[in-house]
Design a protein around this ligand. Structure first.
Ligand SMILES: [Cu+2]
Length: 115
C-alpha cells in the first residue's frame, strides 16, 4: 500500500509540469505548413482553458497583418481568427495568454504561402 502511494506521488511529480498549466495542443495551419492560399481560419486548440490575451499575425518583415479575432477574452479550449487575403510568403502567429492556473503563456507558429 505504502509503495503504491510512493509510486503515485512520483508519477504526479513527473507529470506535474505538464499538468500544471494548459498547453497548446495543436494549430491550424500546422506549424511549418506550406499552403497554396490564405488559410480561411487561424485556429489553436488547448488542453485546458486558455485566456488568449494577444494574438497577432506578422509577415516575414514583422509587419502585422489584419486578422479578425473570432474568440473573446474568456478562457477557452480553442481560439480562432480570420486573416485577410495574404500574399505569398512566410507568416507567423504570435500569441500570449493566461493558463487556467494563472501562469502567463506565450507561443508562436509559422506557415508559408507558396507563390
Ligand atoms: Cu502553469
Amino acid at each position: 500500500m505504502k509503495s503504491r502511494l510512493v509510486i503515485a506521488i512520483a508519477a504526479m511529480l513527473v507529470s506535474g509540469a505538464a499538468l500544471a498549466h494548459s498547453e497548446r495542443e495543436g494549430t491550424t495551419p500546422a506549424d511549418g505548413a506550406l499552403l497554396t492560399e490564405t488559410p480561411e481560419m487561424i485556429h489553436m486548440v488547448f488542453d485546458d482553458p486558455m485566456r488568449v490575451t494577444m494574438a497577432r499575425l506578422v509577415n516575414a518583415d514583422g509587419a502585422e497583418m489584419p486578422m479578425a479575432r473570432g474568440s473573446g477574452l474568456e478562457p477557452s479550449l480553442e481560439f480562432h481568427a480570420e486573416p485577410e487575403s495574404l500574399a505569398p510568403g512566410r507568416y507567423t502567429v504570435e500569441w500570449r495568454g493566461l493558463a487556467s492556473d494563472g501562469h502567463p503563456m506565450q507561443g508562436s507558429f509559422s506557415f508559408q504561402i507558396a507563390d
